[in-house]
Design a protein around this ligand. Structure first.
Ligand SMILES: [Zn+2]
Ligand SMILES: [Zn+2]
Length: 362
């Protein structure tokens, strides 16, 4: 992990140096070379990149760096072949990929095929597809009041962790759970204990708690709930835990991310409550239902209540420029994966440092 970050940092540094020859980032490049020697930990790498971006704001170097740091991808169905999904991701120009490692609506899961895993890793290496994200089965409910369902949920989550580790995924995304009549505190404690039991000795995969739309008694539509689960789990296990924020769920839960002010206040609250350094992934989905609807229905980007302009703002904002964005939008016709990917890409800041007027958040 640290090695991958160092490699990324050194690549980014070369980008900066190359760009500084044409731009006015020479001073910051010199400062950054000092920082480069100190990139011995992921935290230092992050500080290093932040320093570059801060010192060269508005320059072609910063713009190029922003583009290199932003990772865009989509969720792809594997149809039994992880390597085929990775190849498809590369074909449609994705930098990152999310998959299920088993049917998302069945308890049973087949073990991963070692030949598939080897091939998946080779394709990721060749096309620089990272991070690899696995989304947990939808049936898992660590807060269930039904002992049998809760036990099955823990076993299933354990299997998800094991498969994610085997295939080399960096992140495992889970919906926190559904309290269904159980007091909220009790339900959140049950989730934390479930994470402990399932994560066990796994350290190489980071579990990401995803915010929810807040439908019925689903937990996690409020940032304070996500924080509490992460805090409580952190007292029980050393397994790494972060967050995933889904834009459709944010809107449905009442965060008006469609306006510059609304986006700014959501980000401020996320930073204050969750800490943006723990938010590792954004699910970039438009919403078929309006602000505060508490209904989780994904729409294609630009076809829902969030709209293309809001996504353009989101992809350009300073707080999210090192972020991974993955679209989980509907695939209804052949080629929708490619179109969804192209749409997301078209709304991101331009490549090669080309200047374009874009909304500023800060
Ligand atoms: Zn999502
Ligand atoms: Zn959703």
């Amino acid at each position: 992990m640290a090695y991958a970050l160092l490699r990324a940092a050194s690549r980014l540094f070369s980008t900066l140096v190359a760009a500084s020859k044409h731009g006015r980032a020479g001073r910051s490049a010199a400062a950054a070379s000092t920082c480069a020697r100190a990139t011995s930990s992921p935290h230092n790498v992050k500080l290093f990149l932040e320093a570059i971006l801060r010192n060269s704001a508005g320059s072609p170097a910063a713009s190029a760096l922003h583009w290199r740091l932003l990772r865009l991808g989509i969720h792809l169905y594997t149809f039994g072949s992880l390597s085929r999904a990775a190849r498809r991701a590369a074909e449609i120009g994705a930098d990152t990929l999310q998959v299920f490692t088993a049917s998302p609506r069945m308890w049973r899961a087949r073990p991963t095929d070692p030949a598939e895993v080897t091939s998946l890793k080779a394709i990721r290496q060749e096309f620089d597809i990272r991070p690899l994200v696995v989304h947990v089965n939808y049936l898992v409910n660590l807060a269930s009041n039904d002992a049998a369902i809760r036990a099955q949920s823990i076993r299933t989550l354990r299997g998800e962790f094991e498969r994610a580790a085997i295939i080399g995924a960096e992140y495992l995304v889970v919906h926190p759970g559904n309290a269904k009549g159980r007091p909220l505190d009790d339900a959140m404690a049950a989730i934390a204990e479930g994470i402990r039991d399932a994560a066990d000795d796994i350290r190489e995969v980071t579990l990401l708690l995803e915010n929810t739309a807040g439908c019925g008694s689903s937990i996690g539509s409020r940032f304070a709930e996500l924080r509490e689960i992460r805090r409580a789990a952190g007292t029980l296990t050393a397994a790494p835990i972060g967050y995933c924020l889904d834009t459709c769920h944010l809107l449905a839960a009442g965060f008006d991310i469609t306006t510059p002010g609304g986006l700014r206040s959501m980000l401020r609250e996320a930073d204050h409550t969750l800490g943006m350094e723990h938010v590792r992934l954004i699910h970039a989905n438009d919403s078929k239902t309006p602000l505060g609807s508490r209904v989780d229905r994904h729409a294609k980007i630009g076809h829902g209540h969030i709209g293309a302009e809001a996504f353009r703002r989101l992809l350009a904002c300073r707080e999210l420029r090192q972020m991974t964005f993955i679209s989980e939008t509907p695939v209804e016709r052949d080629g929708d994966d490619r179109r969804n990917m192209a749409k997301l890409r078209s709304l991101a800041p331009p490549r090669n440092g080309a200047r374009r007027e874009r909304p500023r958040l800060s």
